[in-house]
Each structure stands twice: as structure tokens, then as C-alpha cells.
Design a protein around this ligand. Sequence first.
Ligand code: KG4
Ligand code: ZN
Length: 342
Amino acid sequence: MSDLILGIESSCDETAAAVVEAGRNIRSSIVHSQVAEHAPFGGVVPEIAGRSHLEQIVPVIDRALAEAGVALDDLGAIAVTQRPGLIGSLLVGLSTAKALAWSRDLPLVGVDHIEAHLYAATMEVAAIEFPCLGLVVSGGHTALYDLTSITELRLIATTLDDAAGEAFDKVAHMLGLSYPGGPSVARLADEGDPRAIAFPRYRSKGEPGFSFSGLKTAVLYHLRGQDALARTPAPEDIPDRADVAASFQEAAVDALLHTTLEVARSGEYRTVLVSGGVACNRRLREKTALRADELGLRAVFPSPAYCTDNAVMIAGLGYHHLRAGRTLELDADAYPHSALAQ
Ligand code: KG4
Ligand code: ZN
């Protein structure tokens, strides 16, 4: 059987397709971002996302096949994101994958998007030592997993409120920065002092967890005072904008690291995998590497292009599901939530 897998990803606001050989060798990766379509609304609009996936999915798949120099008949399987995500968006990818699989009599493989984000961190390194801790930090998810292998994951901690990326996006909005907020906050933070403002860092008591709503509110109060009726000042009226960005980023990174490293200390972990859009953040990458090293842990991040949503991670993990015989029937459904207990 061919080891070439076509991966399809459409769970949120990126339409992506990729061809990966034997779970590692990336033959092509095409990502069509809908950022420009959602930017006027300051966030992802599910209706717009679904329609845009419908327009883009076939051209994106065609380009991925052409760039890899393969035809549908050369493939060993079609892998597709089955969960979690926006249901209308997931269904576009799943229906397309089903049609392609049926038309060429190829196996169909369903992939969990969160598991795939963590798999992405393992693709560019020679070998990973297990057990691992896996932190997924994106616009929709902030969760920590225990991995005994690349396909055996257990949820350890999740966010009580906002996802880390959502906090970056909202703080960017308060500071008058462009959407998506993560990269713009990070750029402005480079010019500011991370110790200028002592924003709160969430510390979980008892069960490990994450929380970003208190930090987000602290930034809001810093900008406009405690008066609930006051308006957030215009960007040009915020004298310490870069310091706010840097201090917020530092607090968000510290909060992520605190819980992750506390769990790391309580176990026999060898590696910490960090993935998802927020894993592009340079400060998070630097500080995690430093702190993990002190604990004798190896911190592994994917390249930025594979931190954000892509189909390479879907085709890559799909290969392992195929080899384990985990394939889908053509009546398989898509699901808004991850299969891993939330
Ligand atoms: O994984 P992703 O592409 O999509 C989701 O599955 O959500 O993550 C997007 C999120 C956005 O919230 C974006 O602001 C954030 O990742 N992000 C960053 C950076 N680059 C992207 N957050 C902080 N620093 C960055 N450099
Ligand atoms: Zn994602």
C-alpha cells in the first residue's frame, strides 16, 4: 500500500491540504487563510468560514497534489480533520474527503485536530522520548495532555474560561492592533518593558488548570480605570501601549508555564511538546526552553508554519491511524468537541 497520505483541514478559518509520505516526509503543504475575510468582524464568523471553505477546498487540494507531483491514484489514504471545530466548516472537509475516498476506493481516516497539533511538534525532530507533556495553545484551545505515545493522550488540564490565543486577540483589540492579535501584540511587546505593569498570573489551586479572563480584565482596567461606563481609550491616547503589550505577554507566558511546569515536576516526563498558533510566540518559545532545561526536560516546538492550522499534521497523524487500522466508514460524522475528555 502507498505511504502517501492526502491530509485535509477545514476546522476553523484555514482551508488546507497537504501530501505527506510515511507520516514525516512533507511533499506539499497548501494553506488558504481566511484572515482577511474575518478581520472586519474582529473574529471568526462561522457562516463566512463555511462558505469560504466550500469555495477553496477543491483548488487547495488540487494545488497540494500538483505541488507533490502525485495523482489521487498514487495515494494510500485520505486523512481529514473530523473534530473538534466549527461544525459547518468540518463538514466541508469531511464531505470532500469522503467523495475523494469513495471515488478512488481509498481508505478514509478521521483525525482529531488537537492530537494533530501535538503530532506536528514531533515531525521535525529525529526522535521523541516519552512520556511527554503536550501543551496545545491556540485561538480556540488551551489544554495540557499526558502522552504515552503519539496516539495515546490523556487530558490533564484545560482553561476555565478563555483560550490563550483568544486573550491575545482581545488585548490586541483593546490596544487598537490588527486581527489576529497574537502576532501584533508580540511585535509591539518587543518595544516595551515586560516588568512595567504587574498583571496577575493565574495560579490553580488543587486540580491543574489555566485561566485568562482575569488577566484580560486587568488589562482593560489598566487602560480605562475601574469605571465600567468609561470607554477604552483610543490607541493614540494610551501612553504605555508597548509596555502594556509586553507586560500582558509576559503574564500570559508565565501563566502557561506555571501550570505546565508544575505538572512536569509531578511526573517522570522527558519531553514537553508545545503547539498551536500561540506556540509561534517567541517569548513563549524562549522561556519554555529555558525553564524546561532547568528541569531536565526537552522542549519541542514545531516550526511556526506548522504551529498554526495546517494539513501536514493531519496527513502525518493520519498515517499512524491508517497503520493501526483506524479507518472511517462513509457515514462517519464530524463533531464540535475533541474526543479527549474535556
Ligand atoms: O492554531 P491557530 O492557527 O488556530 C486555532 O486553532 O485557533 O491559532 C490562532 C491563534 C490566534 O489567537 C492568534 O492570535 C495566535 O494563535 N497567535 C499568536 C501568535 N501567532 C498566532 N499568539 C501569540 N503570539 C504569536 N506570535
Ligand atoms: Zn488549531
